[in-house]
Design a protein around this ligand. Structure first.
Ligand SMILES: Cc1cc2nc3c(=O)[nH]c(=O)nc-3n(C[C@H](O)[C@H](O)[C@H](O)COP(=O)(O)O)c2cc1C
Length: 193
């Protein structure tokens, strides 16, 4: 029997005008599609009208996003670093979607200046722990990202980044498979407080 694919949502972390996120996220999407164990969905907050105020009643666009995210088994966050943190749009998406992250793994692809976005990732690990998600240890990180890609979005040095991405995806798949099986035995929502 063929093994069912892990449904993974790749989420853009920047909606900034002229963002570099398109380049990094598109590269990450191509790498993920190469992995036979995943089926990929792309979530771009720039395309979704999430209300700025957290509301008691869910707006239709947010309800649709929550349904889509609730239906996947794993997440890949593509995040830049803004002022030693991660973009506000990402926090608002995480808070707004709230329960969808529970008992699922999150992998990171980060980029930025000298730090390669690792400070953004370390902060996101704290946030995802609070919403009962588990974060994958290995990450992909692009220091001075704009120097690493050419104008067509191709990396100058493919090997190192592809190796990092493969390792992250392998760990993400392991956790996603384990947690999917565990959720099928017992609903995590029953024990999440
Ligand atoms: C508001 C802002 C703050 C930034 N702060 C940092 C930072 O603290 N560390 C860093 O390495 N790069 C920083 N940068 C550089 C960004 O990581 C870089 O511009 C990246 O391309 C931003 O992602 P985006 O183009 O997809 O929005 C900052 C950029 C912006 C716009």
């Amino acid at each position: 029997m063929a093994t069912e694919k892990i449904r993974v949502a790749l989420i853009y972390g920047s909606t900034r005008e002229g963002r570099f996120c398109d380049t990094v996220a598109q590269w990450a999407a191509v790498q993920t599609k190469k992995h036979a164990g995943f089926s990929l969905q792309v979530i771009d907050p720039a395309d979704i009208d999430i209300p700025m105020r957290l509301q008691r009643n869910c707006a239709p666009e947010l309800a649709a996003l929550k349904t889509q995210l609730a239906d996947v088994d794993a997440f890949i966050i593509v995040t830049p670093e803004y002022n030693h943190g991660y973009p506000a749009v990402l926090k608002h998406l995480i808070d707004s979607a709230y329960g969808v992250w529970q008992a699922k793994p999150v992998g990171f692809v980060s980029y930025g200046g000298l730090s390669g976005g690792v400070r953004a990732v370390e902060q996101l690990r704290q946030v995802f722990a609070e919403v009962h998600a588990t974060t994958v240890r290995n990450t992909v990180s692009f220091m001075n990202a704009w120097e690493q890609f050419d104008r067509d979005g191709n990396l100058h040095d493919t090997d190192r980044a592809e190796q990092s991405m493969t390792m992250m995806l392998t760990q993400l798949h392991w956790w996603a498979t384990a947690l999917k099986q565990a959720r099928s035995v017992q609903s995590y929502a029953e024990i999440a407080t």
